[in-house]
Every structure is written in C-alpha cells, then in structure tokens.
Design a protein around this ligand. Sequence first.
Ligand code: UDX
Ligand code: UDX
Ligand code: ADP
Length: 463
Amino acid sequence: MVNKICCIGAGYVGGPTMAVIAQKCPDIKVTVVDINEQRIAAWNDEDVTKIPVYEPGLDAVVAEARGRNLFFSTEVDKAIDEADMIFISVNTPTKTYGVGKGMAADLKYIELCARQIARVATSDKIVVEKSTLPVRTASALKDILDNTGNGVKFDILSNPEFLAEGTAVEDLHSPDRVLIGGDESTEEGAAALKALVDVYAHWVPRECILTTNVWSSELSKLTANAVLAQRVSSINSLSELCEVTEADVNEVARAIGMDSRIGSKFLKASVGFGGSCFQKDILNLVYIAKSYGLNEVADYWEQVIIMNDHQKGRFARNIISTLYNTVSGKKIAFLGWAFKKDTNDTRESAAIYVADILLSEQAKVSVYDPKVEEYQVYSDVDYLGTRSSEENTENLTVFNDPYEACKGAHAIAVLTEWDEFKSYDWQKIYDGMLKPAFVFDGRRLLDEKQLKSIGFQYQTIGR
Ligand code: UDX
Ligand code: UDX
Ligand code: ADP
C-alpha cells in the first residue's frame, strides 16, 4: 500500500499528473518537489489561475487537492525520505554537447535524481520513471541506486505518460490506457507493480491498466510518439502534393481516415508539429537504432523529422516568395506562438523556426499569442543563436492585442490554431493592413470564403 508519493519535477508532466493522482486518491499524500523555487511558488500561488502550467481544468483540480493531500515544495530531500513511491519527472532534453549531440536524450537530470534518492533514502522505495527515457534507462537507474545507497531496496518501474498538452486533465481523468513496466518475475517486483496499479485503479478501469516488462514500456512511449508524429509528417508530405495538383488535403484526410484500419485522428495538415516530445523522442529512437547498427531503422524514422523541417521551412519560404521575393523591412504578424492551442508551451513550436527564417530575411515580425508571455518569445528565438539578442529584440515585437499586432502588417501568418482567431473582426484587421493584405494560414483554421470576400489574399496548407 502506498501512503506517500513524492514527484521530482513540477513541470508540464509532473504537475498535472500529480494533481490528478492527489485529486483521485485522497488517502495518499502527494508532494511535488522542484529545485526551481519560482516554479514551486507559482504552484502554491493563492490565486490558482497563476499556476505555472496552463491547462484547461487544471486550476480546479489543484484548488480541490492542494493543501489537503497535494503539496508543492522545494524540500526535495525531505519529500524523498518520507515517500514510499517516488516519481521521476524531470526534463530529458536532447543533448546539446558531446557524443549524441542533437540526437540522444540528456540523462544528466535523471542521474542526478537517482543519486539524490540513493543518498537520502533511509527506507525501501519504489522508483517510477515518468519522464520519457531511452530504452534500458531503468537498468542504469538501478545500478546507481543499488551501488550508492544506504542498503535500502529500490524497485524500479516505468510508467510513461501519454497525456497531450492542452487536454492534460481530460487525458489524465480518462486515459486510453495506463502503461506500467516492471519486473513481474520477482516477488518484490510484482508487489511494486501492484502498488502502482492500485494507485491508478482509484479511477482508471482495470482493463485499461496494462503491465509489461520495463523495456517494452520504455520503448512503447517512444514508439507511440514516433507513430503519431509519422502520421502528421505523412499528411504534411501529401499537403505539398495537394498544393500542386488539384487535390485538397482535408478531403484526402477525411477519405482515408474513414478506413477503420487508418483512423481519422492525427491527420490534420499543419505548418509542422512541435512540442517537447515528438522530435526529441524520434531523435532518441534514431540514436538508439544507430547505436545498435540498425541504420535502415534509423533512416526510416529520421525521415519523419526531415519532412517536418521541410514543412516549416517551406511555409516560411512561401511567405517570402508570395510577398514578391522580399520581406525586408515588412511587418509580418504572427497569430499564435504556442506549439498547439490551449497551452502556453512553446517548445519546438513551428512558429520559432518560421520566425527565424523571416528574421534572417530582415522581416519585422510581430507576435500575438493569447497565453505565451513576451519573455518566452524572445528566449525562444535567442536560444537558436542565429543572431544577437539585441537584433532579435529590435526586429521582433510581442503584442498583447491581436489588432495591434496586425496593424500596418503586409501579411498575417497563423501559426497556432487558437479558437479565438476565428471570431476576430477580420474586416477591422483588413482595414488596418497594407494592401494587398495576405493571410498565410498554417493551420487551415480561418474561413477562406469570408476572408476572400473581405479582400484578403488567402493561402493555406494543402490546397
Ligand atoms: C490492400 C488494401 O488493404 C485494400 O484496401 C486495397 O483495395 C488493395 O490493397 P490487399 O493487398 O488485398 O489490400 O491486402 P492487405 O490486407 O492490405 O494486405 C497487404 C499486405 O500487407 C499483405 O501481404 C499482408 O500480409 C501485409 N500486412 C497487412 C502485414 O504484414 N501486416 C499487417 O498488419 C497488415
Ligand atoms: C504528444 C502525444 O500526443 C502525447 O501522447 C505524449 O504524451 C506527448 O507528446 P503533445 O506534444 O502535447 O502530445 O501534443 P500533440 O497533440 O500530440 O501535438 C503535437 C504536435 O503535432 C502539435 O504541434 C500539433 O499541432 C501537431 N499536430 C497534431 C498536427 O500538426 N496535426 C495533427 O493532426 C495532430
Ligand atoms: P516535462 O515536460 O517533462 O514535465 P519540464 O521542463 O516542464 O519537463 O519540467 C521538469 C522539471 O524538473 C523542471 O521544473 C526542473 O526544474 C525540474 N528538475 C530538473 N532536475 C531536477 C532535480 N534534480 N530535482 C528537482 N527538480 C528537478
């Protein structure tokens, strides 16, 4: 029986997941810890709308459980020592240095966690990998824990998270499945598995809780993301073909999606997928395949990324060529910066790469996003290191008002599919723009007929 859970990492995965576990398991004390003091302070903000992760419905879940059996703290050691079960939910970004640079997952944060747990723990613990990890990380974790600990026992489980941002609470409340990898061949291993199954069984039907061996569980997480991303790249590759033939990618997607073997989801053509997972996990898969000498497997999956980079690039290049082959000094307004709607997360967002290309062509980029803060936009382009941060500040402007962002622009580019963009006063936007006024809809979001009747030159993906 688990009485106390500790989760290391209060980010996009750890925060919402633990909030829902606490909500659904009032008998378990859940403490989420992070070394980032600001982040913890934000999770503890009296005004629950100020929590650091924007997810529809999350504020209500936090309001219900916080202070009852859900706690956010920077006292990492204390929470580790108290807990029977420890989730590791820290970031595993793509390595930016050394061997595997740009491909492999950087496991330094995970290893630091393992060492910290080993140092602090004075009683047996179940350690759960929540972060997405390369296959066989669990064995590295076990090595560290078993060799530096205080003689206490550690059981390691893999429990990858499949929630999607923007629908995290819904996905956590009714997941398609919960996946738990463990070692059923030993008594302790089986008991650890059962303990975690029992946590989820508070609200998830048993038949939706899958148990596998640890390696299958780790690999399934990478595979799920790779296959989803592959569907997006597949439809995006066809969007380019549609643009030169007279086919319409939405019609094609609809037609193929009705085949129950294919299914209709994840076939929406776009300016390219983003998010913290897809690219990172595929690169990771590619790296692992290569490290085993499986070059064909690696090349196969790498193509998904190549296609995605191409899609982002060609969206930007189309803006340039349509605007008479020069955007130098022209104001281009971005509607949306987040990698998808209903989130303030911008990691790997297509908007960043499109902006980077336009800035290199000396465009003046203005940005409006309903949830992304100004500092984030600057930090995203600065991070690319293409030009100095002074140049970025000079040529990129973030607005709090969409009409201001679009005023005086030569073109508007829709980068995120926020619902509110559809209901804007498009006549008013048109009146404030230079003519011809262009709209490049990277999400097939807006009403083409309406925009054209106002006078816009409208272009979208896949038609
Ligand atoms: C296919 C399409 O399914 C059908 O819609 C189209 O009209 C014609 O092409 P078919 O070639 O008759 O039909 O058989 P299908 O069941 O699609 O199998 C094609 C091949 O894929 C077979 O060799 C089959 O063994 C193989 N296959 C299929 C797998 O190896 N694994 C699978 O999961 C499915
Ligand atoms: C993804 C997986 O869906 C989730 O299961 C996993 O736990 C984490 O990674 P997330 O990155 O939050 O979730 O969002 P997702 O909805 O998968 O979208 C990823 C990207 O693909 C977004 O940029 C989205 O706009 C894009 N996308 C998605 C498309 O362009 N077309 C689609 O049809 C679907
Ligand atoms: P994810 O999307 O995987 O949740 P995030 O970057 O949003 O990733 O969150 C990961 C969190 O983990 C960050 O808030 C970071 O400060 C925290 N973190 C990283 N390493 C440690 C550590 N050793 N101890 C505590 N927290 C950590």
